[in-house]
Design a protein around this ligand. Structure first.
Ligand code: BT5
Length: 324
């Protein structure tokens, strides 16, 4: 039922390009036609283009390039997973915000998303470049009932979810580089950061941070990333709808975490290996104190990467940077 600017917007979105009568909206909301017109003006101030068709009503013609909750929800195929979407213009990083929300009782399926991060970060506090309006800088709170040692599997679930979302939305073939990167060719299009709140025997919350480069052009990246980063837009050859891609990522996250909870890790492992860039490759796993060289042959139930070394033995890698 229409009662304010947001619900009016949803109504116009659902109408899918057909005019919605101002009188009908006014009657439904129990307000004057002038009040409806004022909401329309406010939507235009927010960047929406609303056309007024004489004697017929209002038509939503264009939406702003934003990750606002209404725009993301418009594209959600399945609303079982996403609970709350909290949208910021600019933040340091979405990760500490998500941690705070999770601690304060935010449910599974809470999403924190920002247009810009000024202090985005990767693993080991490495900086993550997060230009305004160009990517999907988002943290998702999950609260599965699992022991902490199974948490790394959610990085793999997220990788599968994002990889397939990019393919479905933009027809770009990204591949998964263990543990937390998506590549197109040799270039990184997405980084994933998984953090944990846990008791010794139970996970309180898993925070999945997704940094997806969407609409950058090559010269939008800082110089140090010029040779290693790419965006969905660069690979697709055209501008990509960020809200649609964010919705696809969230739909898939819901879908594959449900699959994991219901059927265990096997179906995820299959999808992960099928879309992996790492399996079958000769790699160097660089860790704090050593380097392991060999052929990546698979991942285990716990998300551990298995490498067959030169001497024929198999080594399990829990955490490392993988280099060619
Ligand atoms: C990652 O770390 O790849 C995880 C990145 C997670 C970012 C998301 S955005 C939402 C949420 N909020 C945050 O603050 N973080 C999460 P790692 O594997 O450590 O890779 C970091 C390295 O990637 C850097 O050292 C750079 O070399 C490179 N890099 C930085 N920004 C990049 C970008 N936009 N695209 C591609 N590569 C980048």
């Amino acid at each position: 039922k229409v009662k304010d600017k947001e619900s009016l917007l949803r109504r116009l979105m659902v109408a899918g390009g057909e005019p919605v009568s101002g009188q009908m909206l006014a009657d439904e909301a129990g307000v004057s036609r002038t009040a409806v017109w004022k909401w329309v003006r406010e939507l235009e101030e927010d960047g929406y283009t609303v056309r007024s068709v004489r004697k017929k009503g209002y038509v939503l013609e264009a939406s702003p390039d934003r990750l606002s909750p209404a725009l993301i929800r418009q594209h959600l195929k399945d609303d079982r997973f996403v609970k709350d979407i909290i949208h910021y213009e600019s933040v340091g990083s979405t990760m500490p915000l998500a941690h705070r929300e999770a601690q304060n009782g935010a449910p599974d399926g809470t999403v924190i998303v920002a247009e810009e991060q000024t202090e985005g970060r990767g693993r080991l506090a490495r900086p993550w470049s997060s230009a305004a309006g160009k990517g999907i800088w988002m943290s998702v709170i999950l609260k599965p009932d699992i022991p902490p040692h199974r948490a790394p599997q959610f990085t793999l679930i997220a990788a599968v979810a994002i990889c397939l979302a990019i393919r479905e939305t933009a027809e770009v073939e990204a591949r998964i580089k263990w543990p937390n990167d998506l590549l197109v060719g040799r270039r990184k299009v997405t980084g994933i950061l998984t953090e944990l709140q846990a008791d010794p025997d139970r996970v309180q919350a898993i925070i999945i941070g997704t940094g997806i480069n969407v609409n950058q052009e090559l010269d939008d990246f800082p110089a140090e990333l010029a040779d290693i980063a790419t965006s969905v837009r660069i690979e697709a050859g055209q501008q990509v709808d960020r809200a649609a891609l964010a919705a696809a990522v969230l739909t898939n996250l819901g879908k594959y975490s449900r699959l994991y909870i219901e059927e265990g890790f096997t179906p995820i492992k299959e999808l992960w290996e099928k879309n992996s860039d790492t399996i079958g490759r000769k790699v160097n796993a660089v860790m704090m104190r050593e380097k392991v060289t060999g052929t990546a042959i698979g991942i285990t139930e716990d998300g551990v990467l298995e490498i067959r070394t030169e001497d024929g033995g198999i080594r399990g890698i829990y955490s490392a940077d993988i280099e060619p």
